[in-house]
Design a protein around this ligand. Structure first.
Ligand SMILES: *Cc1c(COP(=O)(O)O)cnc(C)c1O
Length: 404
């Protein structure tokens, strides 16, 4: 008789977005005349750029002829895409990453969840708090996180690294030594960035204690400041300790198309065994990778036209970010983020909890955001607004908040 994986039963369940959905639906029903503006979405809204649409169309046409038809993609992904990434994302930035160290996938979310499978069960993970929920949830499902404390909302075997106003929203090196360290910069949900010097400290630390860093660079395209690294491989020594996750979702609008990559330098080893060789055996090889059509669309991201169009798209969202940041600051809020990321993180006013502020904003301004406490205990007292809406809605929402 089959038995279920009991580690799945330990998942506390994400009430965050379902609770938001219920509250918004109830408000809308009771107030049919009020126009609700959503600044809580973590998804892009702009259409795919013309260069990407063109690439998709011509790849579809190729599939119609025996001579240009493509079946299963190669294990690592098509070389044309891995080469474009190696050159543009890495070598042009002075990072020593080669095309055969890039594994193309159907997105960073799946990879960020599956990567833990190449590590032993008794590895100890460290995460930022607040954090993108996937890292912890997948380790819970793998039985790696111990027991859950309902009150503290923490796992006994996870090292939490608070990212608050006091730490500048960047974690400090942990007191207890982890084996696997998850870092995401620019960060979701706080919108904070890490300087190259600070990131170098993490790389040095990981090499010293023999830990591996899983670095989520999904928001790399939003970086506007000089001293903020676009890749962890800009740091010395990262080739022996860091895995990097890349996504085409937030920079190029592929959230529905699906494309990402995981970079594993061949130098990360335990004895003779490389993590690169283990990830080459991952399930999903060939079958769940990205289709030819999508990889061709990904290649177009690196064309001259693609680069220019996507730069404009990122600029569009970052204009929204500036509207939110400046507007809230003018209204007297304490805000951070929004400079190197499409997320603005604000302190809830007047000692309100994150959820109290959510209700306040919904009822008084009819604006929907995301309570910071939903991303971890250190998110309590904070609130996330996103720049992914339309410019018109963003301006209108901020006018309403300013009028409160
Ligand atoms: C949106 C996001 C991703 C991207 O995931 P995809 O599966 O590539 O769409 C990865 N990491 C973080 C932190 C994100 O917010």
């Amino acid at each position: 008789m089959f038995k279920v994986n009991e580690d799945y039963l330990k998942l506390p369940g994400s009430y965050l977005f379902s609770t938001i959905g219920k509250k918004v639906a109830a408000f809308a029903e009771a107030n049919p005349d009020k126009r609700i503006i959503r600044l809580g979405i973590g998804d892009v809204t702009q259409p795919l750029a013309p260069a990407i649409i063109d690439a998709l169309h011509s790849a579809v046409d190729e599939m119609a002829h025996a001579e240009t038809f493509h079946g299963y993609a190669p294990d690592l992904g098509y070389e044309f895409l891995r080469k474009a990434m190696a050159e543009n994302d890495y070598q042009d930035r002075g990072c020593d990453i080669r095309a055969d160290e890039i594994f193309v996938s159907d997105g960073a979310k799946g990879d960020s969840g599956n990567i833990q499978e190449i590590f032993a069960r008794d590895n100890k993970i460290a995460v930022c708090d607040p954090v993108y929920p996937v890292y912890v949830d997948t380790n819970v499902m793998a039985g790696r996180t111990g027991t859950y404390d309902q009150t503290a909302e923490t796992w006994s075997d996870v090292i939490y690294m608070p990212c608050t106003k006091e730490t500048g929203f960047v974690p400090e090196l942990p007191k207890e030594t982890p084996d696997i360290i998850y870092l995401c910069f620019p960060n979701n949900p706080t919108g904070s960035a890490i300087t190259k010097d600070r990131l170098q400290e993490w790389v040095d630390y990981a090499n010293k204690v023999g830990a591996v860093i899983i670095y989520d660079a999904a928001y790399e395209a939003y970086i506007s400041e000089e001293n903020v690294p676009h890749s962890i491989y800009e740091c010395q020594g990262a080739r022996t300790c860091a895995i990097e996750l890349r996504s085409f979702s937030k920079n190029a609008g592929f959230t529905g198309v699906r494309l990402g990559a995981t970079v594993i330098p061949k130098e990360i080893k335990q004895g003779e065994v490389t993590l690169h060789s283990l990830w080459a055996r991952r399930h999903g090889t060939k079958y769940n990778g990205a289709p030819y059509i999508v990889q061709k669309a990904g290649e177009a991201v690196y064309s001259e036209a693609g680069k220019a169009q996507l730069k404009a798209q990122v600029a569009y969202y970052m204009k929204n970010a500036r509207v939110i940041y400046e507007g809230l600051k003018e209204a007297g809020y304490h805000v951070s983020g929004g400079v190197n990321a499409p997320y603005i993180w604000l302190e809830t006013p007047k000692g309100m909890t994150s959820w109290e502020f959510f209700d306040h904003l919904l009822e008084r301004a009819h604006v929907v955001g995301t309570p910071g406490s939903g991303f971890g205990p250190s998110g309590e007292g904070y609130f996330r607004l996103t720049a992914f809406g339309s410019y018109e809605n963003t301006v209108a929402a901020i006018e309403r908040i300013k009028a409160l």
